[in-house]
Design a binder for this molecule. Structure first.
Ligand code: PFF
Length: 457
């Protein structure tokens, strides 16, 4: 990602871009968010719809975003402005900039907890965990401490600021090339342990055997939001990242590669969580703390489990960092390109704003009872931000990006961009059909239904 630090440039190689895009996509969305959202929405039936949405909506929108970015070599606002200067389309980019700050504000809280758990494990703070309810108690008291929660949020935002500002992000990419495969292997080992726990069968069937009677319209809305969130779509991250790709690279294969690995990791995370969760008699709809409660109880059942656990939480923090970098990069690129701010000024001010907006989220896991129950008993400020920015804002953004690519800029223009330097646009007709009809219609119906029923959360 060194290119970003200079004014403009390209990724060192196609592989460099894929790594950065995969780094953005793979993060807490896969391992923290996917399992608990799947758990709250009926398990296997949700997973089925999720995969369908990744292929039918996520992949086409990713191709659209990357091509807009590469064509214009701009941030989301600048990209729309370049293609259609006097129009309102730049507002779609503006929404993306706001969404980046909104998501980072709560994502930073969970990322902070992830790192906090790494520290907790290496200092022996989880060594007495045997049962799931003990693990739950520890998570509760950990997050109920306001100084700890705010401090960890501050630390993670600061870390992100340093990386985005300091030009060490190419180093991070290089490290994550080694570390992400390690995370993958650890997850596989954990999944093996999880499915071999006594009583895990019920979890496996909850996760893999769809019961379609459990599907409601809300399931579709959650699956859509989760697919977009996990693939970093709908707010222009892939426009920004696409702006650094060389013309000779094939965007379609890169997009397919990123979507495939992102989905694989999410599915694997579910395979770790659900068998263990059922084996320990826990509730799959336990909410946003799920991963912090379930994982330590699995570690307790593995010889040397805490070393293993430290590794998992550290790697998860790295995966989160490659995503927070991309979240911060969107507003930063906007202020640098459009308002001619220095990179330093943009990064520091966005960091400060994000931290301040993140404070109520940091206090909403028990530290402050009003913020912890702002919408409902088990639905606090962080959950609200997560739904507003992580589901709806991304869905609205993706809707307009699909309309833009399918009708305004047009499928022909996208194809021309993708076919630069002799590249083949695989499944061009299918893409055009999906981006013009399936993506906008599906998103429109889902959002209208939610607005109609008022069932936002
Ligand atoms: N895709 C990231 C994850 O799954 O953790 C989160 C994310 C990053 C969402 C960047 C949106 C985004 F633009």
């Amino acid at each position: 990602m060194a290119a970003i630090e200079n004014s403009r440039g390209n990724w060192g190689s196609k592989f460099g871009f894929i790594l950065a895009a995969a780094g953005s996509a793979i993060g807490l969305g896969n391992i923290w968010r996917f399992p608990y959202v799947a758990g709250e929405n009926g398990g296997a039936a949700f997973v089925f719809i999720y995969i369908l949405f990744v292929v039918l909506i996520g992949l086409p929108v990713m191709i659209a975003e990357l091509s807009i970015g590469r064509k214009t070599e701009k941030n989301p606002v600048g990209a729309f402005k370049t293609l259609f200067p006097p129009s309102l389309w730049k507002l779609v980019g503006g929404l993306g900039v706001l969404t980046g700050i909104g998501i980072l504000s709560f994502y930073g809280v969970i990322a902070g907890y992830t790192f906090g758990y790494f520290i907790k494990i290496i200092t022996g703070g989880l060594s007495n965990v045997v049962t799931a309810s003990q693990s739950e108690e520890i998570f509760k008291s950990f997050t109920a401490d306001p100084f700890m929660s705010i401090g960890l949020l501050f630390f993670f935002v600061w870390l992100t600021v340093m990386v985005v500002m300091g030009g060490v992000s190419s180093g991070i990419e290089r490290w994550s090339k080694i570390l992400m495969p390690v995370l993958f292997v650890l997850l596989i080992l954990l999944a093996v342990r999880s499915v071999t726990l006594e009583g895990s069968g019920a979890g496996l069937s909850f996760y893999l055997k769809p019961d379609f009677s459990k599907i409601s319209f809300t399931t579709f809305a959650r699956a859509l939001g989760q697919a977009l969130f996990s693939l970093s779509l709908g707010m222009g991250t892939m426009i920004t990242y696409g702006s650094y790709i060389a013309k000779k690279d094939n965007l379609v294969t890169s997009a397919a590669f990123v979507a495939f690995f992102d989905t694989l990791i999410a599915i694997l995370a579910g395979l770790v969580m659900f068998p263990a969760l059922f084996a320990m008699g826990m509730d799959p709809a336990g909410g946003a703390g799920l991963v912090f409660v379930v994982l330590p109880s699995i570690f307790a059942k593995i010889p040397g489990g805490m070393i293993f656990g430290a590794g998992i939480f550290l790697l998860l923090s790295v995966a989160a960092l490659t995503s927070t970098i991309s979240l911060l990069e969107v507003p930063v690129a906007y202020f640098v390109d459009e308002h001619k701010w220095s990179r330093r000024k943009a990064v520091i001010s966005m960091g400060i704003i994000t931290f301040i907006i993140g404070i109520p989220s940091a206090l909403s896991f028990g530290a402050n009872s009003f913020l912890s129950t702002i919408i409902a008993e088990n639905f606090g400020f962080l959950d609200m931000m997560n739904a507003v920015f992580g589901n709806y804002s991304l869905s609205i953004g993706a809707f307009f990006i699909a309309i833009f690519a399918g009708y305004k800029w047009g499928v022909k223009a996208v194809a021309d961009e993708l076919e630069k330097e002799g590249n083949v646009f695989f499944y061009k007709k299918a893409w055009a059909f999906l981006i013009r009809f399936i993506c906008p219609l599906a998103i429109f119906f889902i959002l209208s239904y939610i607005a109609w029923t008022g069932n936002y959360f």
